[in-house]
Design a protein around this ligand. Structure first.
Ligand code: PLP
Length: 284
């Protein structure tokens, strides 16, 4: 079984070990492009339509050509077939501005195994540090060119924050705005429970609208839970009944420690994790 599957948007399966990009692709030169990351399990991709909608929104924000959703759906089908239905996978949809002077986007899909780090986080939860993101919560509204709500390929800062967390002995990060609001993780949405309410920061605060959070909020109402957006401070996380980092691949990861303080989970153990699991299946 191949441990990586590479498919271009035309549906052609490529050799994942052979070069694919040109040296003048703006995706490489400037991180100029957008992407999505989906979970694949039991031979199916989770929440495809939510991801394609966000890909289109990111592309619009970045002034890229509107993605051809049917072509992406077909190419996803090809990648799934190549991957099989026995193991989980991570499917990245990559859409760059293309080569210098060409005006043709570069578009491909790459499937890889789920990292061990993710399995461990799902099982054991994570310790988290709060780190400054360096902008105010209202910047996204004032400065659309910052592309704050778009999933662009420029993730170097997010990765650097994760390395910093690791250097101080933590597993993950919660970014805060310059006024001290909780924003998001470098690759996840922050979610807290207060009684039977689920709360996440408003996307207008310059964070990526999470597909997992969207799927969860769509289902929560049917399960005697109230889901809402509300600005949060780190102190709100400390007193919450539960804190999670939620995302497409890791799903719901419990935060057990925040800035060195052990958190006390009062929300029924496993309930949220199960709900997120169901929600991403329902969002197919
Ligand atoms: N915020 C950021 C910065 C992310 O990178 C991600 C996921 O990669 C998320 C939030 C969560 O989004 P989703 O649930 O769609 O994976």
């Amino acid at each position: 079984m191949a441990d990586r599957v590479l498919v271009t948007l035309d549906g052609e399966v490529r050799d994942a070990d052979a070069p694919l990009l040109h040296a003048d692709d703006f995706g490489v030169l400037r991180g100029d492009g957008v992407f999505e990351t989906l979970l694949v399990r039991k031979g199916r991709a989770c929440a495809v339509e939510l991801h394609l909608a966000r890909l289109a929104a990111s592309a619009e924000a970045a002034d890229l050509l509107e993605p051809d959703r049917d072509a992406w759906r077909r190419a996803i089908g090809v990648a799934l077939k190549e991957w099989g239905d026995e193991r989980e996978g991570v499917l990245r949809l990559v859409y760059t501005r293309g080569r210098e002077g060409a005006d043709v986007p570069t578009a491909f899909l790459l499937m890889t195994p789920v990292a061990e780090r993710v399995e461990k986080a799902r099982r054991d939860g994570v310790s988290v540090v709060t780190l400054e993101r360096g902008f105010s919560a209202d910047l996204a509204q004032r400065a659309p060119w910052q592309l704050l709500g778009a999933k662009t390929l420029s993730y170097a800062t997010n990765m650097a924050a994760l390395r910093h967390a690791e250097s101080v002995g933590a597993d993950d990060v919660v970014f805060t705005s310059s006024e001290g609001y909780v924003l998001e993780g470098p690759r996840s949405t922050v979610l807290v429970a207060r009684g039977r309410s689920l709360v996440t920061p408003p996307p207008e605060q310059g964070i990526l609208p999470g597909t997992t959070q969207q799927a969860l909020f769509d289902l929560a109402g049917e399960r005697d839970l109230v889901a809402r957006y509300e600005p949060l401070r780190p102190a709100d996380l400390v007193v919450a009944d539960g804190v999670w980092l939620i995302s497409s691949v890791a799903l719901a990861v419990r935060v057990h420690t925040l800035d060195g303080h052990a958190l006390t989970p009062r929300f029924p153990v496993g309930e949220l994790e199960k709900l997120v699991d169901e929600a991403v299946d329902a969002a197919r």
